[in-house]
Write a protein that binds this ligand. Structure first.
Ligand code: AMP
Ligand code: ZN
Length: 468
């Protein structure tokens, strides 16, 4: 099967072909560093990590750049509220962000361009757009992009022409689709910007948010590159505006594949700072949740589906990771040399995982192949049937697949398997299955617990459990 991704701009899945053979250049919109990122933000960053890791699994040499937005409406407002300089504020949250990425085992990007270091290049692009007649100056020293000048404006976000109010202007970095207007490339200085300003041909001011990403992506990845990602809220206006700026500035194609991940929700609402319904990574770690479980929870729902956050899901995630780790450990310590070489099982699992993931990162299909392998592997080891070379091959495949999942080397903290409420509920479920003479179901529950290292003992007093 070919590797395929859902390309937002064409609203369909498309075969993936990189511009340079064997190489992928991808740009991922990073955080605005005015506060701790919440785990909704990390859902998007984790999706991008999964994408990059899977491209690497498929043999691509990936170059990833992720920007840090360290000057925009939000950062300026917050630094003034806190009475500190912009740099003091953003340095604090840049450091926190890098620490979180490490905790979540997100592979570092090759470059983390910071907007404030590319002001000269931004001025150059704005000047270029003005020189070509795509932009105009207003009385307050701002420069706006004239959306009527770019025929394809609205293609990414599927705007209908009535939604485009060209000639009207919007200064804010974020606004709704219904208000698609000429947007600010450069913002003339206002008193509320305090000491945040740079000199430019139009007087002192600062860049708009969208020009930042057009410039930094082009500087680091070239004018035309393979993949650009973000959360779905980046589609409009941010990415729509990036396309307009970049295509008009260079006269070339900009990005081949636009990939966007869906929201992490809380009680069916987007997790966001403004709704105050968010958890930071620190909140969850302080509550005793393990980083590997958080990682698992965020990667195992398909990236284009909404995911409702719940503590229950974190419990399930912790158990899934524990099952994988225990299987991995059992393979490492397995000493018997049985007759089964499992070549077919290993090849089959690899191809099933790959076929599923090739289909726009179908993670649940990929994981079902992994957990089938786990189940079969355990049963073979239970009966001393697995050979030493077979165990080594299964172990190797698990490590190869873990390049994508990225959980085996993470520390789970306290033992997540001994969750008595969960075990008791499984025993209850098994009792019901047995009462209904559904022995397949009751055996499946016994196996599920066995994979977590828990042994069930049926006594005249009911079923007890112990750690194996
Ligand atoms: P920001 O720091 O606000 O620029 O956001 C950084 C990234 O997080 C962007 O790509 C957003 O699309 C993404 N994002 C924000 N909220 C959520 C959410 N609830 N679920 C998933 N992604 C989100
Ligand atoms: Zn961006």
């Amino acid at each position: 099967m070919n590797l395929r991704f859902y390309n937002t701009i064409n609203r369909k899945k498309e075969d993936f072909h990189s511009i340079d053979k064997g190489k992928v250049r991808m740009y991922t919109c990073g955080p605005t560093v005015y506060d701790f990122a919440h785990i909704g933000n990390y859902r998007t960053f984790m999706f991008e990590d999964l994408l990059r890791r899977y491209l690497e699994f498929r043999g691509y040499d990936v170059t990833q750049a992720m920007n840090l937005t360290d000057v925009d409406d939000n950062t300026i407002r917050r630094s003034r509220e806190r009475g500190i300089s912009l740099t003091e504020l953003t340095d604090e949250f840049k450091a926190a962000f890098h620490a979180d990425l490490k905790t979540l085992n997100i592979q570092p990007a090759h470059q983390y361009p910071e907007a404030t270091r590319y002001i000269a290049e931004m001025i150059e692009m704005v000047q270029n757009l003005e020189d070509q007649g795509y932009a105009y100056k207003t009385e307050d020293g701002s420069i706006y992009f004239n959306i009527a000048k770019y025929d394809n404006y609205g293609k990414l976000a599927h705007l209908n022409p009535e939604e485009m109010l060209s000639g009207e202007r919007v200064t804010d970095d974020s606004y709704e689709k219904e208000g698609a207007r000429d947007f600010a490339l450069w913002k003339g200085y206002k008193a509320e910007d305090g000491d945040v300003h740079w000199e430019s041909p139009w007087g002192k001011g600062r860049p708009g948010w969208h020009i930042e990403c057009s410039v930094m992506s082009t500087e680091l990845l070239g004018e035309h590159f393979d993949i650009h990602c973000g959360g779905v809220d980046n589609i409009f206006p941010h990415h729509e505006n990036e396309i307009a700026q970049s295509v008009c500035a260079t006269g070339k194609e900009f990005v081949n594949y636009w990939l966007h991940s869906e929201y992490l929700l809380v009680d069916n609402k987007k997790m966001s700072k403004s709704l105050n319904n968010f958890y930071t990574l620190r909140d969850l770690l302080d509550q005793g949740h393990a980083a590997d479980a958080i990682r698992w929870m965020l990667i195992t729902t398909h990236y284009r589906q909404k995911l409702n956050f719940s503590v229950n899901r974190l419990g399930e995630a912790a158990r899934a990771v524990a099952r994988l780790k225990m299987f991995h450990e059992r393979l490492e310590n397995y000493k018997v040399d049985g007759p089964e070489s499992v070549d077919n099982l290993v090849a089959d699992t690899h191809i099933r995982f790959q076929n599923a993931m090739d289909n726009d990162l179908n993670i649940s299909g990929g994981l079902s192949a992994v957990f089938d392998l786990l189940h079969k592997g355990h049963r073979l080891m239970d009966r001393d049937l697995l050979s030493q070379s077979g165990a080594a091959k299964v172990h190797q495949l698990l490590k190869t697949i873990d390049h994508v999942l990225g959980v085996l080397e993470m520390d789970s903290g306290s033992d997540p398997t001994v969750d008595e409420v969960f075990i008791e509920s499984k025993i209850e479920e098994r009792n019901t299955a047995r009462a209904n003479k559904d022995f397949a179901a009751s055996d499946a529950i016994r196996d599920e617990l066995a994979d977590l290292g828990i042994e069930l003992i049926d006594t005249s007093d009911g079923t007890k459990w112990k750690l194996k």
